[in-house]
Design a protein around this ligand. Structure first.
Ligand code: NAP
Length: 298
């Protein structure tokens, strides 16, 4: 049985849905079985045949982390260490989610897994510590670094921007940070593929992989695409809302963000023999899905 930790989060919810669609047996826990408590994790696993653990739990409040470093470190580094220790004891693989924020943003071409990490904020730093903690504890791991995630449940940029455009005459969006928006369905599909292969006895090389949708954009251009697709889907009622660009310096936040965080996805595509969709195609899938939550854009 596959164990999804953080099963009620934005990504965790989608991973559970995708496993269910693929008829893979799973169980899920969230804060009720805290990753900070090794004994609690071990007790939960006891008597269950855990074949793979997927960790979607994390401290994800990037700005708040700047003034809450100890708790962020506990959830993003100590928790993953506990999970990795247990995975090793149970003899099962661990799939863990990390982030593009482990990089400093100074690259100008898609970043490969071989690039040394160099975080510029507390969140990225603690996520990098989590990656190291996992590789210290077990060798049977898959660390999937992703970026700019949006999913059906939970707060995310797509819902926020449609809501903002529906209620304002204009919105300002930063145009000097580049990355790749990623539909949780893409990432959950890849997690499921790794699980399917491992459960069938096929080899999937352990290590770090970069997993986002394909292509690159800025938050400003992403917003323009959201506007275009939301209009086509008939869910943007205020079609006259103007989207204006602004610079990062005009919109200061407690945490610094990497200016460029496009990840190179060739390694995961080659390992699994798959092709990942472009971010615009994944956005269309999200906006036009019956699971799109219209209550979140009012
Ligand atoms: N969102 C993004 O744009 C983004 C980008 C790059 C990477 N990532 C990574 O992707 C992963 C999933 O992100 P997400 O946005 O889906 O996160 P999320 O929605 O914030 O979900 C995190 C989940 O972890 C749970 N959790 C918190 N403390 C816990 C504990 N002590 N024990 C067990 N569970 C606990 C939370 O439960 P409560 O709600 O009860 O606290 C929540 O359900 C994370 O590793 C994140 O770092 C996300």
């Amino acid at each position: 049985m596959v164990w999804i930790i953080g099963c009620n989060g934005m990504l965790g919810t989608q991973v559970c849905r995708t496993l269910e669609e693929n008829k893979i047996e799973f169980t899920g826990t969230d804060s009720n079985v805290s990753i900070l408590d090794y004994q609690m994790l071990e007790d939960f696993a006891s008597g269950k045949e855990i074949s793979c653990i997927v960790n979607c739990a994390a401290y994800t409040a990037v700005d708040k982390a700047e003034s809450d470093a100890d708790f962020a470190r506990a959830l993003n580094a100590d928790g993953p260490r506990n999970i990795a220790r247990l995975a090793k004891k149970l003899g099962c693989p661990l799939i863990h989610i990390s982030t593009d924020y482990v990089f400093d943003g100074t690259a100008s071409t898609p970043i490969s897994e071989a690039t040394p990490v160099k975080p510029i904020g507390v969140y990225g730093n603690t996520k990098a510590e989590g990656e190291k903690a996992i590789s210290d504890e077990t060798s049977d791991f898959y660390i999937l670094r992703t970026a700019w995630l949006y999913g059906f449940s939970g707060k995310n940029f797509v819902y926020t921007m449609i809501r903002a455009m529906n209620s304002h005459d204009s919105v300002k969006v930063v145009s000097d940070q580049k990355g790749t928006p990623t539909n949780c369905e893409t990432l959950a599909g890849i997690i499921t593929k790794i699980i399917e292969k491992r459960l069938s006895g096929a080899k999937v090389s352990n290590g770090i992989y970069h997993v986002t949708d394909l292509g690159e954009t800025t938050w400003f251009d992403f917003t323009n695409e959201i506007k275009k697709q939301a209009l086509e889907a008939g869910i943007l009622t205020n079609k006259d809302c103007v989207v204006n660009p602004c610079s990062t310096s005009e919109y200061p936040t407690p945490a610094k963000r990497p200016a460029y965080s496009v990840l190179d996805k060739s390694k995961i595509q080659k390992e699994l023999g798959i092709s990942i969709p472009d971010w615009q195609e994944s956005l269309a899938k999200f906006i036009n899905s019956p699971l799109f939550d219209k209550n979140r854009i009012q």
